[in-house]
Ligand binder design. Structure first.
Ligand code: ZN
Length: 370
């Protein structure tokens, strides 16, 4: 029997959103029953639930995770060892299952505290695509763990509960407890050193050509659509693209998928551009008799979105190297580089390249390059 407490989760939710900035919606997702791991079979980043859905799942015994993402202002300061974190700015706080750790919820409006910092056994700052277990969840404790819980707290062993009724406070980097700030300084120091070494290596010319080829370019139309060569027959268009009143508006031959409603051809790239929501069928494809696909593999923004989609859907591996054009687009969109500073064939200068990878890492993105 699990012992989740959806009412505790509800109290937490309403305290969290009371006074939250406009547009903030907590990122909830289901965890295993009596566990801390996301439910199997789907990446948690693609398994977001509304509060109502999460509340229902918890009433069915599932634990719920709450994530701070790169798209919201949430910062969760996780304290594992109180002796190393004697003080923290008062804010909405919850206690975790061993009744020793504390989760402190903050909003970062200036962005300075929006950093993932793992401060060894003191705890963590979780700000970009990291999560904690939400109150109301339950993970049983072992007898040894129960022994370490203060006696008056043992009735709550295994439970994640609210610890106070405070609203969520704002936090800036400078206000974080010292142990996290010190650790962050170390992290940056190590990163800069690593970057310097990598740049030195690069200038000695040891980087092999083609080492960063994304598997995106190896996908074929059957990999992405699930439709094999239809041997001259017509079949319904896969419903994720669009409907088929006739039931035979699609065929696959010679590695291309034909849409007979819009009279277009698709290759794997234009097909993914449709799935990723970048373009519709009539715009993404190549018109029958035409010469060009609307979904342009030379366009950095399109490549970025298609590559990101393919990764999220696990069509390519999590450490797949981002295509060069997509990386250039990312660097420009983040203001790291200007178009006029690009070097041969639209590439980033070496130092900018390393900075772009660092920024991505800070955002919790894996660009699969070094
Ligand atoms: Zn179509």
């Amino acid at each position: 029997m699990s012992s989740t407490n959806p009412e505790e989760f509800k109290r937490f939710h309403f305290r969290l959103i009371r006074g939250a900035p406009n547009g903030y919606i907590p990122f909830y997702f289901p965890l295993e029953v009596q566990g801390k791991d996301p439910r199997e079979g789907i990446s948690w980043k693609n398994n977001r639930k509304t509060f109502r859905e999460a509340y229902y799942l918890m009433s069915q015994g599932f634990n719920i995770g709450i994530a701070a993402t790169s798209k919201d202002p949430l910062v969760i300061v996780d304290i594992d060892d109180l002796s190393q974190v004697p003080e923290i700015k008062p804010t909405l706080q919850t206690t975790s299952r061993k009744r020793i750790g504390l989760h402190n919820y903050f909003f970062s409006f200036d962005g300075t505290a929006k950093k993932n910092i793992a401060a060894k056994d003191a705890g963590e700052v979780r700000a970009n695509w990291q999560y904690v277990v939400a109150p109301g969840s339950f993970v049983p404790c072992s007898p040894e763990e129960i022994d370490r819980i203060p006696e008056h707290e043992r009735v709550n062993a295994g439970r994640y509960t609210l610890n106070n009724e405070l609203p969520v406070s704002e936090i800036a980097f400078e206000e974080l407890p010292d142990v996290y700030k010190a650790r962050y300084t170390e992290i940056i120091h190590d990163e800069v050193e690593a970057v310097t070494k990598r740049i030195e290596r690069k200038f000695t010319g040891r980087q092999l050509n083609g080492i960063h080829k994304s598997a995106l370019w190896d996908l074929d139309i059957t990999d992405v659509s699930g439709v094999s060569d239809t041997q001259g027959r017509r079949v319904p268009m896969p419903p994720e693209i669009h409907g088929s009143e006739s039931g035979h508006n699609c065929s696959v031959s010679k590695g291309l998928l034909h849409c007979w409603r819009h009279n277009t051809y698709h290759n794997s790239f234009s097909y993914l551009a449709m799935l990723a929501g970048v373009m519709s069928c009539e715009r993404a494809g190549r018109p029958h008799g035409g010469h060009y696909f609307g979904a342009d593999p030379q366009d950095g923004e399109t490549v970025f979105k298609v590559w990101e989609y393919a990764k999220n859907q696990r069509l390519i591996s999590q450490d797949d190297p981002i295509p060069q054009r997509a990386l250039t687009y990312y660097a420009i969109s983040k203001g790291i580089c200007k178009k006029e500073n690009l070097v041969n064939d639209g590439r980033l200068p070496p130092i900018i390249y390393q900075i772009a990878l660092l920024v991505a890492k800070q955002e919790g993105l894996n660009f699969g390059r070094k």
